[in-house]
Design a protein around this ligand. Structure first.
Ligand code: FES
Length: 80
């Protein structure tokens, strides 16, 4: 196991903890809302499954690939 944790949107240079604060401040519940503000997740998109996991769990640090454990939840029943 690696000690590396995924904890930021690299493209936008924003930690997930900062993104979580922004989400709470704005009352957001989706990645799309963050993207529409150009706050994060608008470039390579690699952070998107982690942001979705953050929105779901409230956690801000993840094992690489952590979203695979929740993939069936993050890709189903999402309508925006
Ligand atoms: S890491 Fe978030 S868009 Fe690239």
């Amino acid at each position: 196991m690696s000690n590396f944790k995924v904890s930021k949107c690299i493209c936008h240079k924003r930690d997930f903890s900062e993104i979580k604060e922004y989400v709470e401040e704005k009352g957001y519940s989706s990645v799309e809302e963050l993207q529409s503000d150009n706050f994060c997740s608008c470039s390579c998109g690699l952070c998107i499954p982690y942001i979705e996991l953050m929105l779901k769990t409230g956690e801000t640090e993840f094992e690489p690939g952590a979203y695979y454990k929740n993939i069936e939840h993050s890709t189903s029943n999402k309508k925006h």
